[in-house]
Design a protein around this ligand. Structure first.
Ligand code: NZQ
Ligand code: ZN
Length: 386
């Protein structure tokens, strides 16, 4: 394993009735927050009322930024920054899924930065100005944004969707019961997204990573076991709790540190969600098996083999290539079982934007990728998935 520093800055309160812990955590840092949320789900499921009550009872001054959309646009960041500046707000409270939390993080980076275009906040690198503290209440198990420093934003004008690094949330509340109202399609997308984050780091050049790969396998087994439970029992607490923690752990650095890594599926997924409006998680049940089929060969068979034996219980005495091929089929079977798409045609995606997508793709860090790829490879994978 490579050397690494492991220092996650986020304090997590996990479990039922943990929202009450949030208020003193906020008051440790500020008593003036921007309360960010999405298109209204928190008003329908009662979480909004609980937040307002907590803010008022604890004398925390707040202003609201609402209607943050899935695949959020940088315009929401600009709006949030302006509200913070106008009302001298010094903290951000994000209540929602990854889209809301990602937006909150970029707002936190924007308030003290001079910019003429909000897209400038997305610029990676050293941030030599103060970020506002971010607090989150997670309502959807998928992106793990509640315990990492990543934000993914869209720029409709530039036709771009890209990630940046800001700061870890200071404190996150993960109450799995808050995910009970998530519609089935987003439950499914969440499970697939968690698997995708895990596989992004699992498929790595590093083969001296038995422990980390074991963590990854455990996360994938959790997704498969409890993804199936949710099909018939969508509010099962055991399933919700295990998936909530799996989603956080898949992308909080635990399984990534110590390995050279550069993500693949997400590089291809981001423009697909942007151009076709597809839900983030649903791109991966399509892209991952097609990528696997594209890259599998005798030199790369080992990680497929371990997945096949340990996740799906395939006979370890079979030839490794046979196990690897069965592994890909098992992933497809699972995705199909939970209702996730396996082909672009199932979700109305045709090839009309493929050339433009590939043309604009920014492929970097190939030296750290399990399988380096170029634009032609991406086009081939996209076409095979039609
Ligand atoms: O907007 P509202 O009304 O809240 O509804 C949302 C939205 O329609 C709904 N929802 C969320 N919690 C709910 C709920 N509905 C009912 N009950 C609840 N408890 O679900 C829909 C999707 O929400 P969204 O936040 O967009 O989903 P997700 O958490 O999957 O986030 C996706 C975004 O995160 C980015 C993606 O690219 C995408 O933009 N990602 C962020 C990452 C990170 N920060 O580390 C990594 C990921 O790979 C990903 O790229
Ligand atoms: Zn993702």
């Amino acid at each position: 394993m490579d050397n690494f520093v492991f220092d996650i800055k986020t304090k997590v309160y996990f479990g039922k009735d943990t929202l009450k812990e949030l208020w003193s955590e906020i008051l440790n840092k500020t008593d003036r927050v921007l309360f960010c949320y999405g298109g209204g789900s928190i008003k329908n499921n009662g979480i909004y009322d609980q937040i307002i009550l907590g803010l008022k009872e604890n004398n925390i001054f707040y202003k609201e930024l609402t209607n943050i959309s899935p695949n959020p646009d940088i315009e929401s960041v600009d709006e949030g920054v302006k509200i913070c500046r106008e009302h001298n707000l010094t903290g951000i409270l994000a209540v929602g899924g990854g889209s809301v939390i990602d937006t909150a993080k970029v707002i936190s980076a924007g308030v003290n930065k001079e910019y003429s275009d909000p897209w400038e906040i997305m610029k990676k690198g050293e941030r030599n100005y103060a970020l506002l503290p971010v607090f989150t209440v997670t309502t959807l198990s998928a992106t793990g944004s509640e315990m990492n420093a990543v934000s993914v934003m869209t720029n409709k004008k530039l036709k771009l969707k890209q990630s940046t690094i800001t700061a870890h949330p200071v404190c996150s509340i993960i109450d799995p019961t808050f995910t009970n109202s998530v519609p089935k399609i987003h439950l499914i997308a969440g499970v697939v997204d968690i698997i995708s984050h895990t596989l992004e780091d699992y498929f790595s050049l590093e083969r001296d990573s038995y422990l980390l790969d074991g963590f990854s396998i455990s996360i994938i087994k959790t997704c498969i076991k409890y993804g199936k439970v949710l099909l018939t029992d969508p509010t099962n607490y055991e399933a919700k709790a295990n998936l909530a923690w799996a989603s956080t752990y898949a992308i909080n650095g635990v399984i990534a540190h110590g390995k050279p890594h550069a993500w693949t599926f997400h590089v291809i997924s981001h423009p697909i969600t942007h151009y076709y409006g597809l839900t983030h998680g649903l791109t991966f049940s399509i892209l991952m098996p097609h990528w696997m089929e594209y890259v599998l060969n005798e030199q790369r068979v080992e990680p497929f083999y371990r997945l096949g034996v340990e996740v799906f219980g395939i006979d370890k005495n079979l030839p490794k290539m046979e196990v690897a091929k069965q592994t890909i089929e098992e992933f497809k079977n699972f995705f199909k079982l939970i209702g996730a798409p396996l082909k672009f045609s199932e979700v109305g995606v045709d090839d009309r934007h493929f050339n433009e997508i590939v043309e604009n793709l920014n492929i970097t860090a190939n030296e750290r990728r399990f399988v380096p790829f170029d634009k032609q490879d991406v086009l081939n994978i996209l076409r095979s998935a039609l």
